[in-house]
Structures are given as structure tokens and as C-alpha cells.
Design a protein around this ligand. Structure first.
Ligand SMILES: Cc1cc2nc3c(=O)[nH]c(=O)nc-3n(C[C@H](O)[C@H](O)[C@H](O)COP(=O)(O)OP(=O)(O)OC[C@H]3O[C@@H](n4cnc5c(N)ncnc54)[C@H](O)[C@@H]3O)c2cc1C
Length: 517
């Protein structure tokens, strides 16, 4: 995947080569970051800025970029304007579109990593397979697919949307055609003229369906719930804009601030006064009426829940794609897969060559939660039960010196996750600074602090649109919304401005164990 000429895109070959042959890495590091997406890379940058070099970034993939390395499906693009969906400390005046596409975001991240000299710290092909806290040495024993190491601190930056979710459909594993998930797009497989089934109508599907519709022979799109779709304002940026941002960076910062404020205003409609969202619902209905003339199809596409309860999507191409003669929108539920046929609840069948899963990710039940064992020997999943909880979305009781970036209740339905990530980075850097200054060996959030915080969060959630009764991937197995931050994002930032040591149990350092370098 190459960067367009106008991006800051530089290739990362040298990062890959410089780090891949490194074997297990050092026996002991001060900090092990797991995941090389926006969060892991941001953490690495902050550490280097503070003069801390004793850390590694363990990444299961063979390249950096996280979401933007994995999701290469046709049409993949961010749905928050790029001036905001990027690091505040690494503005890119060269964005070629207002909402960048995956290759450009990926190129941006690789270029940032190169410019910031992250290569020596990156360990590609190192999948975390286990981590256990050792109370005696006050260290984490970290197992990876390429060897083990110990670390004083572990930063879990494995991302909320990095483990593709496969729906439980009888016979799916025995489907006789081609099957893949949108986050694992098979570019070798030619869809030309094929009969294709797309399962799911979420954020990814609405981006790739219009791209593949012209080439496939027939497409059956299986929809469980019709999403709210708003018109997209994406456009190419002009040369003058880009020159202006390069010449006067302050202007780009002002645009970023304006985008931020515009997005934040949506919180009023989602979380404070739902009636404010009514005009936006009207706009979405007009968009549907304007783009879909067929009454029957329009009826199927009418959302039956309040705008915002599930993620609001933006597209000018989704509805038109569904009106094309080679596309069928199926709202009947899938009962089973038999051979190459999809059997529906009403008994009808669709024979297809390829099934593409646009079925999202394990958000509230990531497999990594089963890999990390804390002070009492429990895994994160066992400790959390059906509903993950963390103080400030960052620290879990029973798991000393382990921090999660984009943990529970830090997700957003309206703005840039990079803003949340950067807020957490500030907090973590202050924690590390205080640990140094006060010679603290381990820190562990107090259970009562986590409990109080979560009671507060769930209390705030109560009156919001996210609690208005739809079923969404924001909800965990217990039915609680443990995904979203239910308030203005600047309030999140305020709370994470300083590390509040009194919310934590602090333990002193222990002497270096003999024989560990
Ligand atoms: C298609 C798509 C579009 C999106 N668009 C937007 C948007 O417009 N705006 C927005 O705010 N957010 C968007 N998001 C959410 C997006 O995930 C976040 O914005 C952000 O990229 C998360 O960064 P991260 O570093 O936390 O996680 P990721 O980017 O997911 O990175 C996590 C990394 O951890 C690695 N990893 C996972 N498990 C292990 C393991 N066991 N061992 C080692 N490594 C591991 C993964 O390989 C991955 O590289 C989008 C998500 C998707 C999937």
C-alpha cells in the first residue's frame, strides 16, 4: 500500500527490517507496551519525549498502525475529520481529503513513527500470549509468541476494535465458498461477477458495499437493524488549504479546534437533552427519502431506535448502492448456512460464492482479557465478570502496574478517539513521573475507587440516548454500557490531567532480583 504523493508518507521498511530479526528482545524492560496502533505509538512517543528509552512495543502484526494497518477493505476511511483524527502533537498539513482514507492514515502513522525514531523499540510479530504479575519481584512476566520478558509496567494498547467478531450462525464454519471478515480483507480473492453475501450493516459495511457493488454479479446484504445514516461532507482538500496549513500552522490548529467544538456539541443531543437531536433525525430521514425512491426499500431502511443509540454513520453512497438492480437488502434473519446456501428464517435460500462479514469486533470481551493474570491469580476477564470496569478507563483493581489505553467507558460515538488516547497518555506519564520521584515500585487502584467511579459513570449513562433501549455493541454481556464515555470529552481530559496517587495503593520498590540484567 503506497502513500499518495501529497501525504507525508514515507515507507517503514527500515522499521520492519530493523526490528523483526531481534528475537525475544531484552530480558527485562521497564515498560512493555502491547499494540502499535495510535495508542501504543502515542505512548512510545511520550516516553521518548520524557527521555525514557527502556521500553518495547510488542505488536502481533508485521507492521505498525493497528486499525489502519489491519482494515484495508475497499473504501475504508475515518468518520471524524482528519484534522481532529490525528495526534495533536503531529499535525499533518498535507491531508488530501477532509476525511482521510485508510492508506493515508496508515502512511501518516508510519511516518510519525519514523520521524520520532520508534524503530528500535518496535517488536513486530510479537503477539502477547500471557502476562502474570509477580508480587515478589513486583514485575510482570510477559509471554509472547517470540519469547518472554519481564517488565515493571505493562501498557495494554491492544485496542477496542482489533479482534474481529464472527457471528454465531449454524453451519458458518462449514460454508463451502469463500469467507472473510472486513478487517481481514482477502485482496487475492477476485469478487468480479460473484454472488456475494454481506452480513451486517455497520460502519465498515456501509463503506465497502458501494465500492464492490459495481463489480459483483449479485449482492445480498443482510441487515439486522437499519442504522441512522447522515450525509457525508468528505471532499478533497485544496492545494491552497494545504499550503496555508504548512505556512501558518496556527490556522490548522484553529480548524482542529472548530471541528472539536462542533463534535462536542453533539454530546448535548446524545447525553444531555435528547430533544436537541430531533433536527438531526429529520436530516437523516430527508437523506433517506432523497436517495431511496422505492417505498418498500425505504421502509426497510427506516431506523426503529433513537438517533445516536447505536453508532451514527455517514455516507452518500450507501443508500444509492442498495438501490442498484444487482443488490438485495435482506431483513429476514439467517437461520443457518448449508453448503453454499444461506437459509433464512422464512425458509427461503440464497446461494452465494463469497460471504463477507461486516460484523464488527469483540469490544467488551477481547480475547486478551483471558491472557493477563493479576495479583490474585485471576485473569482480567475473570475479575471483570460479564462487565469490564476500570478507573478512568485506565486502571483495574487487582492488576498493579497495568494500564489500559481505551479501556472500559472511554469510547465515543461522536468524536475522535485520539483525543481520549492523548488524555490517557498525559495521566500515565504523570503516574510514571510520580513513581520515579517517590521511588514507588507498584501502584494499584483501590477497589472502592473503581466502584465509586463506575457507579458515577452508570449514573450519568442513565439519561442518555445510549440507554434508550436499542441493542448495540456498546452493551456488554450484562447489558451495561461499558464502552462509552457518557459526557463531554473535555471533562474526561480534566480528570486525567494529573495522576491522583491517593486513589491508588502504593508499594515501595523491591531490590533487583539477582541475575536479571
Ligand atoms: C474501520 C475502522 C474505522 C475507524 N474509524 C474511526 C474514526 O473515524 N474515528 C475514531 O475516533 N475512531 C475510529 N475507529 C476506532 C479506532 O480503533 C481508534 O480510533 C484507534 O485507531 C484505536 O487505536 P488503538 O491503538 O487503541 O487500537 P488499534 O489501532 O486497534 O491497535 C491495537 C494494536 O494491538 C495489536 N494487538 C492486539 N492484540 C495483541 C496481542 N495479543 N499481542 C500483540 N499485539 C496485539 C493489534 O494488532 C493492533 O495493532 C475506527 C475503527 C475501525 C475498525
Amino acid at each position: 500500500m503506497s502513500a499518495s504523493a501529497d501525504t507525508v508518507g514515507l515507507v517503514t521498511d527500515h522499521i520492519t527490517h530493523a526490528t523483526n530479526g531481534n528475537g525475544a528482545g531484552p530480558a527485562h524492560v521497564r515498560i512493555a507496551i502491547v499494540g502499535a496502533g495510535f495508542a501504543g505509538l502515542g505512548m512510545a512517543i511520550r516516553l521518548k519525549e520524557a527521555g525514557i528509552e527502556d521500553f518495547v512495543v510488542l505488536e502481533r502484526a508485521e507492521d505498525l498502525g493497528g486499525t489502519w494497518q489491519a482494515n484495508t477493505y475497499p473504501g475504508c476511511q475515518c468518520d471524524v475529520p482528519s484534522h481532529l483524527y490525528s495526534f495533536s502533537f503531529e499535525p499533518n498539513p498535507g491531508w488530501t481529503r477532509t476525511y482521510s482514507r485508510q492508506p493515508e492514515i496508515w502512511a501518516y502513522l508510519r511516518n510519525v513513527a519514523k520521524r520520532r525514531g520508534l524503530a528500535p523499540h518496535l517488536r513486530f510479530g510479537h503477539e502477547l500470549t500471557g502476562a502474570t504479575w509477580d508480587e515478589q519481584t513486583r514485575r510482570w512476566h510477559v509471554e509472547t509468541s517470540r519469547g518472554s520478558l519481564t517488565a515493571a509496567l505493562v501498557i495494554d494498547a491492544t485496542g477496542p476494535l482489533s479482534h474481529p467478531s464472527t457471528p454465531r450462525i449454524r453451519g458458518l464454519d462449514r460454508f463451502e465458498g469463500k469467507l472473510f471478515h472486513s478487517a481481514q480483507w482477502d485482496h487475492e480473492h477476485d469478487l468480479e461477477g460473484e454472488r456475494v453475501a454481506v452480513i451486517g450493516t455497520g460502519a465498515s459495511s456501509i463503506q465497502f458495499v458501494p465500492r464492490i457493488q459495481p463489480k459483483v454479479g449479485a449482492m445480498h446484504v443482510f441487515q439486522r437493524t437499519a442504522p441512522w445514516i447522515l450525509p457525508h461532507s468528505d471532499r478533497p482538500t485544496t492545494r491552497i488549504e494545504r499550503q496555508l496549513y504548512r505556512a501558518v500552522p496556527l490556522i490548522q490548529r484553529a480548524v482542529r479546534a472548530m471541528v472539536y467544538c462542533g463534535r462536542e456539541a453533539l454530546v448535548v443531543g446524545f447525553a444531555k437533552r435528547p430533544s436537541v437531536a430531533k433536527p438531526v433525525e429529520r436530516l437523516a430521514r430527508m437523506h433517506l427519502r432523497h436517495q431511496v425512491r422505492d417505498r418498500e426499500l425505504r421502509r426497510k431502511l427506516e431506523p426503529d431506535f433513537r438517533l445516536g443509540c447505536k453508532r451514527v454513520l455517514i455516507s452518500n453512497e450507501w443508500y444509492p448502492a442498495l438501490t442498484k438492480p444487482n443488490v438485495e437488502l435482506v431483513t429476514e434473519s439467517i437461520a443457518a448456512i448449508e453448503g453454499r446456501e444461506i437459509v433464512l428464517a422464512d425458509g427461503s435460500r440464497r446461494e452465494v460464492d463469497t460471504i463477507i462479514l461486516g460484523t464488527g469486533f469483540h469490544v467488551t470481551d477481547p480475547p486478551t482479557a483471558w491472557l493477563v493474570r493479576g495479583r490474585e491469580g485471576k485473569t482480567l476477564a475473570e475479575a471483570a465478570g460479564a462487565s469490564p470496569q476500570a478507573y478512568l478507563g485506565t486502571a483495574m483493581a487487582g492488576f498493579p502496574n497495568l494500564f489500559r489505553i481505551i479501556g472500559p467507558n472511554t469510547g465515543l460515538g461522536h468524536s475522535s478517539m485520539i483525543y481520549m488516547i492523548e488524555s490517557q497518555l498525559t495521566y500515565l506519564m504523570d503516574a510514571i513521573r510520580q513513581m520515579d520521584e517517590r521511588e514507588i515500585g507498584s501502584i494499584e487502584v483501590r477497589p472502592e475507587t473503581v466502584e465509586k467511579f463506575n457507579a458515577e459513570i452508570q449514573g450519568m449513562m442513565a439519561g442518555t440516548v445510549w440507554a434508550s433501549g436499542c441493542s448495540s455493541w456498546y452493551l456488554d454481556a450484562s447489558g451495561r454500557n461499558s464502552t462509552l464515555w457518557p459526557d463531554f470529552t473535555f471533562r474526561f481530559r480534566q480528570r486525567l490531567r494529573h495522576f491522583d496517587a491517593d486513589a491508588y495503593e502504593l508499594r515501595t520498590r523491591v531490590a533487583e532480583p539477582a541475575g536479571v540484567a
